[in-house]
Design a protein around this ligand. Structure first.
Ligand code: GLC
Length: 453
């Protein structure tokens, strides 16, 4: 049973069926605006062209390098495509610290080139001239497969000298500055494009790739005649184009205000990209922990939880002074925990707030707070995925999904499906499929498909 006072307190996170429908309406209209030349500039959801027009067949072969920047870590990968829908992948994670994330772009790209050189050296690939796919997971205006102008940074990155620049060129220049690497940069892509390609490699009915991780975004297969922004020469031979929606920006012109809370506004205010990515800030791993932190601090102040601890002031101080202290993975751990032992919850509370002997009721309340916030996130994602499925309007649509929130959270998938049942056209059968290494395998596939053309 949920405590009635806490339930009332959390009410503003509950999305009603009519709000869900309204969100759906507004979302699909923004997608349409983004696709249409005359309204593209004003659209929240830009629907960028990726210049990827072919899905993989599964027969692709060859060795590729891939770079993956824009999630929790930076990675370098070697991908060997082996035909028969198979791929083998080696990868190494490299740290990108805060200083690199917010310093000058040259430093960031030099670091990327250095990591790449180290990887090539360690794998004895120096003399192989491997083609490379660069998964760069930020909003970009692509000018072709190998040229992508960064529109703006998201997810805690803010390096000078990169916005409006071609990140393909910045990478090539950094490689050239070293002078010891021979690499062909074949393709630049978003992680959602990688996810879609990687899932389509295993299942040819995949039409949508979604990331619910540090950030949140989706890519889907659109018909060229609906892609106003695509130059006519790309419409002659190919029926489709992958579109990177950048749906994380939804809400920037006020369309989410009817569901946003003051907690969402505070998370935005404290972020590096104020006013930007408002949909993403209600959903993704970079922000969910922050939401729980702020809500929990308020719940303590209002004597709704941990009252018996007698440490109200101390607890709220800890929470209020330490942004980032509630990690999003805690939400998954708390929601996975079992009544009445609540082992993981107790460990987290001890570590985070120095609380011991917490009552079962308080553990349950904390779980309820987390549930409200993650369920709302899943409902918002459902709005987006359902909008795209109905737009594609094929009888059977497979959706590839990846990202830490989706992978680690025990109920995100079921919250998502529950809300999708309310929105997807009942004549359409849909399937959600976990993606396998979209940023690596997907990058190699884009490079492979590009090489074929
Ligand atoms: C952010 C980025 C987007 C990326 C997503 C998931 O929304 O802007 O490009 O796909 O995060 O990583």
């Amino acid at each position: 049973m949920q405590d009635q006072r806490l339930k009332d307190f959390l009410k503003e996170f509950i999305i009603s069926d009519s709000q869900l429908q309204e969100l759906y309406k507004r979302f699909t209209s923004e997608i349409q605006k983004g696709l249409t030349l005359a309204t593209h500039q004003q659209a929240d959801i830009k629907c960028y062209m990726t210049y990827v027009q072919d899905l993989p067949t599964g027969d692709e072969m060859g060795n590729y390098l891939a770079l993956d920047l824009g999630g929790t870590n930076f990675r370098v990968l070697r991908v060997s495509l082996q035909g028969h829908h198979e791929a083998q992948i080696d990868s190494k994670v490299y740290v990108v610290d805060k200083e690199l994330m917010t310093g000058h772009g040259t430093k960031l790209f030099d670091h990327i080139a250095n990591c790449l050189a180290e990887f090539v050296d360690e794998h004895a690939l120096n003399d192989q001239h491997l083609p490379l796919g660069f998964t760069f997971s930020f909003p970009c205006v692509q000018v072709g497969l190998t040229e992508a102008l960064l529109t703006r940074w998201t997810k805690g990155f803010r390096c000078d000298g990169v916005e409006q620049e071609d990140v393909g060129r910045l990478l090539k220049e950094a490689i050239a500055r070293r002078g010891d690497l021979e690499i062909d940069v074949m393709a630049l892509l978003n992680d959602t494009t990688g996810t879609l390609m990687s899932c389509a490699h295993r299942n040819p009915e995949c039409r949508i790739g979604v990331i619910i991780g540090t950030g949140c975004n989706a890519c889907y297969v659109e018909r060229v005649e609906n892609a106003d922004l695509l130059e006519p020469e790309y419409k002659v031979d190919k029926p489709n184009i992958l579109v990177n929606t950048e749906w994380g920006a939804f809400g920037e012109s006020g369309k989410l205000e009817f569901v946003r809370t003051d907690y969402d506004r505070k998370v935005d205010k404290d972020s590096l990209n104020r006013g930007g990515q408002l949909f993403e800030k209600m959903i993704s791993g970079m922000y969910l922990g922050e939401l729980v932190r702020l809500v929990l601090a308020d719940a303590i102040t209002q004597n709704l939880i941990f009252v018996r601890s007698g440490a109200k002031q101390r607890l709220t101080n800890i929470l209020k002074d330490n942004s980032g202290c509630v990690e999003t993975r805690f939400i998954s751990e708390i929601e996975s925990d079992t009544f009445p032992a609540f082992h993981q919850t107790r460990n987290i509370l001890k570590e985070l707030l120095g609380l011991e002997n917490v009552s079962v009721e308080d553990c349950q309340k904390l779980k309820n707070i987390c549930e409200c916030i993650s369920k709302r996130a899943a409902q918002l994602v459902a709005v987006g995925i359902s909008g795209l499925i109905n737009k594609i309007a094929e009888p059977h649509v497979v959706v590839g999904v990846d990202g830490s929130v989706y992978r680690l959270h025990p109920h995100f998938d079921s919250y998502l499906r529950e809300a999708m049942q309310k929105l997807v056209n009942p004549k359409i059968n849909f399937e959600l499929m976990l993606s396998e290494d979209g940023s690596g395998r997907g990058a190699a596939l884009v490079a492979a498909v590009a090489a074929k053309n």
